[in-house]
Every structure is written in C-alpha cells, then in structure tokens.
Design a protein around this ligand. Sequence first.
Ligand SMILES: O=C(O)CCC(=O)C(=O)O
Ligand SMILES: [Fe+2]
Length: 377
Amino acid sequence: MALIAGKCPLDDDSGSRDPRKGVKYLVDTTPYMRVLPEEYVLPLQPKINRMSAGSAAIPVIDLSGLDGPVERRMMTAEAIASACAEWGFFRVINHGINASIMEEMLKVVDGFFNLTLEEKMKYASEDVMNPVRYGTSLNTSKPHALHWRDYLRHFGHPIHTSFHLWPQNPSNYRDVAKEYLEEIWKLALKISGGISKGLGLDWDYIEKSLGEGCQIMASNYYPPCPEPHKTLGLAAHSDHGGITILMQNEVDGLQVKHQEKWVAVQHLPGSLVVNIGDYIEILSNGKYKSVEHRAVVNETRTRISVAVGHGPEMTATVAPASPLVDEKSRIKYRPITYKDYMRAQQSSATRGKSPLQAIMTNNTPQKSSSIDSIPLS
Ligand SMILES: O=C(O)CCC(=O)C(=O)O
Ligand SMILES: [Fe+2]
C-alpha cells in the first residue's frame, strides 16, 4: 500500500473499526471493549484447552553440548534428533545469545508497534514477497475471519538487500535488530549441524544446502482481547523454512500440535523455542515432520513474539537430501524452488499444511487443522 505525501491511506471515514488499522489500534481507540467484534469471531471456535501437563514434556536441550568434546556433541545431536522426530519443537538453553540483546530486541519491537498508525503504515504492503511488511491478521488479503495480531516481517539475511528498508523508528531499531538477527543466524547454523548429524548426514550438510541462505523475521503483537476463546492470534500453520527460532515476552500463548492435541508451550525465562519447518521435512524426505502450531490470545496482557525463520537462498531447489533417498525410501516430495514454495505457502488461505501436501509425490492428505493457515515467517 503506497503512502501518499505524508497522509496515512487509512485516514478516511472508515473509523477505528477498519480492520486494516490493526488490532492494537482497535484496542487503543475502543475503551472498555467487552465484546469481540464479529469479524474476528472464527467460524469454527478454536478449542484452546491445553493438554494438562503437556508443556513439561516439550524437550529442553542444553546447546552448550554442541561446543563440547565429540561424545557430548553426538549426545546433543541425538537429543535434537529425538526432539525433531517426536515433537518437531524443542526449547534451548545455554544457546549463547546474550540476555541483554534479547531484551533490547523485545523493547525495539514493542517500540515499533507503539508508533503511530501513520508511521507503521509506511511499511504496509499487500505483496507477500515484499522485503519489509507491516500488517495485521493473516499474511494474505484473501477473505477469512480476522485474527488478533499485528505483525512486522522483514528479511534478516542476506542483510544488504533489505537493511535500508527496515523501520527507522525506534531510532535504535536497525542496530538492535541487526545484532540480534546476526546472532540468531549463527545459532541457526549451529542447530542445523545437530539436525544434520541426527539425520545421519555430515555436520555441515544442511548448512551447505542453504547456499547463501535466507532469514526472515516475523514479530507478532497480540494485544489483550475481549472474548479470547472466540478467536486466535495466529491460526494453525507450519513454517516454510528449515529452522525457526522464537523469542517471546513473559506472556504465554504458543501451542503446538502433538498427537492430535494442542499443547501449550510454557515460557522458560532466557530460553528460545526452536521448531523445524517444511524445508527440513522435505530435506529429511519426511523423516521429520514440520509441526503445526498456533497462538492463542488472552484478556489481560499483551503478548509479543519474535519468530525468525531460516531457509535456503531463494533460487535453491528444495528437495530431499540424496543420501536419504534409496530404493526403500523413495523420493516423497517433488523438487520446487524455495521462492515458489514460499510464495505458495505465504499466499495460502487453505489449511495447515496444504502447500506441503501439494508437492508430496503420493499426495496423501494429512490430517490438518480446521482453520485457515497463516505461515510465518
Ligand atoms: O507467536 C507465536 O508464538 C507464534 C509465531 C509463529 O508461529 C509465526 O510467526 O510463524
Ligand atoms: Fe510459525
């Protein structure tokens, strides 16, 4: 959406109920909102009940093991392998990311969402491939019930293609986000080593497969919501990249689909949440599955999450790793360029993992969530 001579394109008579203004704006301009506006009520009410004691089971992995002697490295790779096979999700501690840069990053993201609507709309775009995008609800403009989130999404790596387009406010946004995303990129490569080894590949197999690689950040802002049980912050989806690394403030809301139940991920202070996305499912020839996840909202507190996805360079062909394909395990996914896959996935207004199903060679529909998908990141 282009901005005309300093005028906010939404400065018209459509009022604060114009959903394009976002949920933060709606909340800020509607004091004492008790009822969820009907356009946010999902047709199929999400069952947000959490599986009791579920989150305790989501593995916590001490990543310092990847810097240790060879036996410890192997044990850590095995722990990553079983977390990927069983959950597709794990939490990491001793990950090497400085607590102060994590805190700063959350602060500048919060600062961005607290800018005026006019300032934020400078970054709005309908094009899902735009290098920087501010928006609300789902990633696509296709008609579906609205979701209770605003987002800022931009490329992190390679940095030179988009750094000059990143938000200029808060004034330290660019410096802080650059430092955070560079650290997270290194961490993603380190974790990719553990995943490669766990798959029986060389430590650097995934890193090499990424080529120059691609990193995309999606910062999500979920303000307090009246009647949170009638809507979602983010509908069930899998991520298109290989490895997503998620940081959040202290407010919980992430849920992971595990054995057909939704399991709440409890925030462990200082930890990061890692999940594998479609790229690793394809590369592993289906040995690992990218797991659906979603975000629920709550009545009293703002939740902020910063999800950073890592995948191959845009022109790379995404296909199963050749050492994992033999006569017994024939190729399960048709090759596709990452750019085409990402475009299809980002534009999807269909269910949970349907873009991935479209490239499966047997095309057996997988069980999927009943609500529209919106991908990361
Ligand atoms: O906010 C969250 O916890 C989930 C975010 C997410 O899954 C995404 O941005 O893809
Ligand atoms: Fe996600």
